[in-house]
Design a protein around this ligand. Structure first.
Ligand code: GLU
Length: 489
């Protein structure tokens, strides 16, 4: 059997779209699973829209995800690699044109000199028919007589049916009469997408075309071209697009359409890969959702790709991100946290490295996104200016509030080592001595130390905050609770 070769062939239009990322992932996984080759080909023939920075932005998206191509164009410091280049469609124009004119010579395509007016007149007369060019069967003399008049090259669509054995959609049949003799070379000499994609896939020896189902209706044209050109027809797998939360195609304008938006919003590339793959594939192991990239490469199978599109589910994504964050080493998580804290103006430089590692460790279980670290840890870097309103009512404004806070402060004062387990023991002792519940001591104290009702583990955060800061914040909270009490009575 021929070695498996698959590809992603995006048009660089500004960023890596989440839908393109999904197609790239499936191609990449399939190549990894089968020991094949994954090719990146840039379909950059739309000259107006393609700018170098667009290409760079898209490649950056792939790099962030960790999808590396075995063959592909130059990108940043990476040289072009692979034996089937160039990997930019714009540099393959001559090859496409040669293939088109080979078809003309073989009588499978023809130069069509029909003018715009002639085509419009035909359409007006036959509103439901395909354009039937009189040049389809013109003689060599008639063509020669046109000199250098402007023309397009049209493909002679053969009679009959075209059948696609799609690996995901199953067998799909098309009557060739549905298609007119479509243009393969434009009047300015540029090859048309259908021709370029087929010639490139053929010359790059692509064995599997895995792409969006928006291309399913193009597939019969492609099959006809492969056959006319005398190349083997690759296997096709047309996959559903990524849908947004409302079930519509994920619009380019929506936040999150750019895969790098997720990086900015505190999601891990591991999460995005895992999530995007689950949007179109289900593992054999029922109900399993967490996969690392290498696990996916191991378990992936084309047979378990789904025909129907799954909607985007933000809750599930956040859950999955939390799982991947838990799976990070503390050192890596710490680097992420420091970067985000610094970016948001928190001074991490003044903290010792072990302290920062400890901070990452006590927050690890609590982070649905990396960016949440700022909410979870702000009180370590600045004074508590105010208290969460609901918590204040429930924990500071009750008749017992001052007693709770003072008892907790006594427990703290009795503990000189300020180590989390010892602090816990000191609180337990107080609970025993006073008959108050542990929650009565911990919850108001958490509000006192952090200004919030939720956050990292209480004894852990107290340890990191330090004895002096904790005691000062307790004193301040006790005074505040007394004020509240006086105002109530
Ligand atoms: N350039 C096409 C696109 O971005 C891909 C064509 C293909 O995969 O065959 O949709």
């Amino acid at each position: 059997m021929e070695p498996i070769r698959c590809r992603i062939a995006p048009s660089p239009s500004g960023f890596l779209h989440i839908g393109t990322a999904k197609m790239a992932l499936f191609n990449w996984l399939f190549a990894r699973k089968s020991g094949g080759t994954f090719v990146l080909r840039l379909e950059d023939t739309d000259a107006e829209r393609t700018e170098e920075e667009f290409v760079q932005a898209m490649c950056e998206g792939f790099h962030w995800l960790g999808i590396h191509w075995d063959e592909g164009p130059e990108f940043g410091d990476e040289p072009e690699r692979g034996a089937y280049g160039p990997y930019r469609q714009s540099e393959r124009r001559e090859l496409h044109r040669n293939e088109a004119f080979r078809l003309v010579e073989e009588g499978k395509a023809y130069k069509c000199f029909a003018t715009k007016e002639e085509i419009e007149a035909f359409r007006a007369e036959h509103p439901h028919a395909h354009f039937a060019s009189k040049w389809r069967n013109a003689s060599a003399e008639e063509v020669a007589a046109m000199g250098d008049a402007s023309y397009v090259v049209r493909f002679k669509v053969p009679e009959g049916q075209t059948v696609i054995q799609d690996l995901v959609q199953g067998e799909v049949r098309f009557n060739n009469s549905e298609f007119d003799d479509f243009v393969i070379v434009k009047p300015n000499g540029d090859p048309v997408f259908h021709l370029a994609v087929v010639a490139d896939d053929a010359h790059m020896k692509i064995t599997h075309v895995i792409r969006g189902d928006d291309h399913l209706t193009n597939a019969p044209r492609h099959v006809m071209l492969f056959e006319a050109l005398g190349f083997p027809v690759p296997n096709f797998a047309h996959l559903p697009m990524v849908l947004d939360e409302t079930g519509k195609k994920f619009s380019k304008r929506l936040r999150g359409a750019n895969i790098l938006d997720w990086r900015e919003d505190g999601y891990l590339p591991e999460t995005m890969i895992n999530y995007v793959v689950l949007l179109g594939w289900s593992p054999e192991e029922e109900n399993r959702e967490f996969f690392t990239l290498s696990e996916l490469a191991e378990h992936f199978s084309i047979e378990r790709l789904s025909k129907s599109a799954a909607r985007f589910d933000r809750k599930k994504l956040d859950w999955l991100n939390g799982q991947h964050i838990r799976n990070l080493s503390i050192e890596v998580l710490c680097e992420h946290c420091v970067r985000i804290l610094e970016k948001n103006g928190f001074d991490t430089q003044s903290k010792p490295p072990e302290w920062l590692t400890n901070l990452a460790a006590i927050c690890q279980e609590k982070l649905p996104t990396l960016n949440r670290i700022t909410e979870l840890a702000d009180f370590f870097f600045r004074e508590v200016e105010g208290y969460e309103e609901k918590g204040e009512k429930k924990l500071f404004a009750k008749p017992e509030s001052v007693l709770w806070l003072e008892t907790a402060a006594e427990a703290m004062q009795s503990e000189p080592t300020w180590e989390r387990a010892a602090l816990h023991t000191a609180f337990e002792k107080k609970v025993e001595a006073t008959g108050l519940g542990l929650g009565n001591l911990v919850n108001p104290s958490r509000l006192a130390l952090t200004g919030k009702t939720v956050g990292p583990g209480f004894f852990e955060l107290s340890e990191l905050l330090g004895r002096e800061t904790c005691l000062a914040r307790m004193t301040k909270a006790i005074a505040h609770a007394k004020d509240l009490g006086e105002n109530v009575s």
